[in-house]
Design a protein around this ligand. Structure first.
Ligand code: IVH
Length: 679
């Protein structure tokens, strides 16, 4: 075969394969057998191997096999990916319809397109001249992550579009839709993860998001992700009259479009459709969380435009959180990373919104008392989104008198140490284990350290950590860096391949960022957000560890409790040793140049008004000082003003400040405020 012949054959094979892909995955109506399909694929693979020059990025052979990435590149969306306003009640939906009419100044019925609200991950797919070039996550709506390689592994995402008869494909199309994991696939994935000691996904949406954000697309390719297209960003050279027409066009180009959708002549028809969908919900092989209502006419959509970050022309009509009843068999106590004892109800397994549940949190003793929950009670439980299922109320009518009351023990169920109940207002109900060496705390601390948003040690799941702690091989998180393959091979269900992967993941985690590292340490009350604030303020962990309480308090967002907890953490000799050990093991983060002026935003959010002349600095110098410390200079006094600085010959602002009761500062007091703290 010469080159020209090969090229022609390759193109023909690709066309055929794409067609059969579409029949199989999108229409669910194949016209050839799997064996025949495999034969076509093999033929194409062979030819591409012989003529590698003809391999293109959108050939059906290119769905898998891309090398792993270091990190995801950022992609700015041409048009922002907005979010939807929510409604839970019919009334709110009718109000939405009235709002639309009011805005359009019409009393005529508005036609809507009603679609299922998929509970997955929103993505944007860019097609240039019919070829899939880039795919990204929604991100913050403006900038997402480039997950092209992972999206290519999703069989229902076309790599090349199918033009209609006599039609040319748009030069650019930004298709939008939802990637999701079918419920069955989610359950199988969790079963498999449980076996290999990895942490479980809370729900199909989290599993889909986790699968889509893999740096190694070969992992994504093992997860049977699916896709429904429901809209678009930019489209060149073509217009449609309605959302409905747009969906039809997307379908014909080869996208999977959800068959459950309805054109509704007026809002009442949407309300009826919602009831139909509610019935349908439990029979669907994927999770939905409501119905999306869109004004059908694209022209009207444009007139309506957006408000804040959601369109005025659409609404998410969501299902109320699912509630079911079941029976409590037992109440157990879990000990978390911070030593908090959480009572958990063990129940007869029930399905709620497509997921089987056998545990629900009871939060704390106060909640148990308030709801009067007892072992043996029949209870209503609910689950909304990815929150942990919780007990809503007891069905008292079902009480038999044999139910047993429950009290959180005074000793930690894991290590036997006494528990303490701090007196702080907010934490009234939280009971903590006081044992320094409590294995439950240690396990959770290490699980936290290795978790995705901390040092992200992939594959090092709960089951493995539990064994490592029980065997005494890991006594703190720095011990992870001394693990050998031999250590790992002593664990249950551990093979050489898995062990090596875990060791590599541990090694890779050494290169991290300061904010991840701070978060990973597991300081009480220091979540991701606070860790970020701290990393912004302190260039190194050493500097943070030496920060005074007073200094920490100057950071906007850090209050007494958090500052105390940070100081206490770093005061502990044991913690210092572990941090030193981490450093010696090679855990590092990029150093950041010190800002020319230290950013001490101790006047954050405070408004200053100056009146009269100051002796030591000019008005504009004073104002820029205030600004450099995060404060806001203003020229007029109001009740919202925090301070009025009074110099010589003050004007009427001084009088006004006195009348309004605004705090007045002399020049000296003001200067003291600007002076750097000792901390
Ligand atoms: S249209 C302006 N249609 O819901 C937003 N969104 O809260 C246009 N979603 O991030 C989105 N199913 O991930 C639209 N049929 C559907 C949808 C849908 C699920 C998600 C989407 C978006 C979120 C908005």
């Amino acid at each position: 075969m010469n080159e020209a012949q090969a090229q022609a054959k390759i193109e023909k094979l690709r066309e055929e394969i794409n067609f059969h892909n579409y029949r199989y995955y999108v229409l669910d109506n194949p016209v050839i057998s799997d064996a025949e399909y495999d034969q076509l694929m093999r033929e194409l693979e062979n030819l591409e191997q012989q003529f590698p020059d003809f391999v293109t990025p959108t050939s059906p052979t290119q769905r898998v096999g891309a090398p792993p990435l270091e990190k995801f590149e950022e992609i700015r969306h041409t048009l922002p990916m907005l979010s939807l306003a929510n409604a839970f009640e019919e009334e709110e939906v009718k109000e939405f319809d009235s709002r639309v009419k009011r805005f359009l100044e019409t009393s005529h019925d508005i036609e809507y397109c009603a679609e299922l609200k998929m509970d997955g991950v929103a993505v944007e797919l860019i097609y240039e001249n019919g070829h899939f070039t880039t795919g990204s996550t929604r991100g913050d709506g403006f900038v997402g992550e480039n997950v092209t390689q992972n999206l290519k592994t999703v069989r229902t995402i076309p790599l090349t579009l199918i033009p209609g008869p006599g039609e040319s494909l748009p030069s650019r199309l930004e298709a939008r839709g939802e990637v999701y994991l079918p419920i069955k696939a989610f359950e199988a994935l969790n079963r498999q993860r449980e076996k290999s000691g990895e942490s479980l996904f809370a729900n199909p949406r989290n599993a889909a998001a986790g699968s889509l954000r893999q740096l190694d697309s070969s992992i994504t390719s093992q997860r049977p992700l699916d896709f429904f297209c429901y809209g678009m960003g930019q489209l060149s050279g073509q217009t449609f009259a309605t959302q409905w027409e747009l969906l039809e066009a997307l379908l014909h180009w080869g996208f999977k479009v959800n068959p459950h959708r309805k054109q509704c002549r007026k809002i009442e028809a949407v309300l009826e459709y919602f009831l139909e969908v509610d019935e349908l919900r439990d029979k669907l092989p994927y999770e939905i969380d409501g119905v999306v209502i869109k004004v059908n006419s694209l022209r009207l959509q444009e007139t309506l435009g957006n408000i804040a970050r959601s369109p005025r022309w659409a609404l998410a009509f969501k299902f109320k959180p699912k509630q079911v009843t079941t029976k409590i068999r037992d109440i157990i106590v879990n000990v978390g990373r911070t030593g908090a004892l959480t009572p958990t109800a063990i129940m007869d397994p029930v399905r709620v919104g497509g997921v089987e549940i056998s545990r629900a949190t009871l939060h704390n003793q106060d909640e148990i008392d308030k709801k009067d929950v007892r072992i043996g009670d029949t209870v209503v439980i609910q689950r909304a989104g990815d929150v942990i299922p919780e007990v809503v109320r007891v069905v008292f009518e079902k009480r038999t008198g044999k139910e047993k009351k429950f009290r959180i023990p005074n000793q930690c169920p894991v290590c036997g140490s006494d528990v303490e109940k701090p007196r702080g207002k907010k934490e009234m109900a939280v009971v903590r284990c006081t044992g320094i060496a409590c294995p439950a705390k240690l396990k959770e601390t290490i699980v936290h350290f290795a978790s995705r948003d901390a040092l992200n040690i992939e594959g090092l799941g709960e089951k493995i950590i539990e064994q490592l702690v029980d065997k005494g091989r890991v006594k703190d998180y720095a011990d992870l860096y001394a693990l050998t393959l031999k250590d790992l091979l002593t664990l249950e269900r551990m093979g050489e391949k898995l062990g090596e992967n875990i060791l590599t993941a541990i090694q890779n985690s050494k290169k991290t960022s300061l904010e991840r590292l701070i978060y990973a340490l597991g300081i009480l009350h220091v979540g991701e957000h606070i860790a970020k604030l701290l990393a912004r303020e302190f260039p190194t962990l050493e500097k943070l560890s030496r920060a005074s309480w007073k200094k920490l308090k100057t950071i906007h967002g850090i209050g007494d409790e958090i500052a105390t907890s940070i100081v206490q953490f770093f005061q502990q000799k044991d913690n210092q040793k572990v941090i030193q050990k981490l450093k010696e093991s090679g855990v590092e983060y990029p150093s950041r140049p010190l800002p020319v002026q230290p950013i001490l935003r101790k006047l954050e959010g405070k408004t200053f008004v100056l009146t009269g002349s100051l002796k030591s600095l000019s008005r504009s110098e004073a104002e820029s000082k205030v600004e450099s410390l995060g404060g806001r200079p203003s020229s007029s006094v109001s009740k919202k003003t925090d301070f009025v600085v009074v110099g010589e010959d003050p004007g009427s602002k001084y009088e006004k400040a006195k009348t309004l009761g605004v705090k007045i500062l002399t020049e000296d007091e003001f200067l003291r405020m600007l002076a750097p703290d000792d901390g």
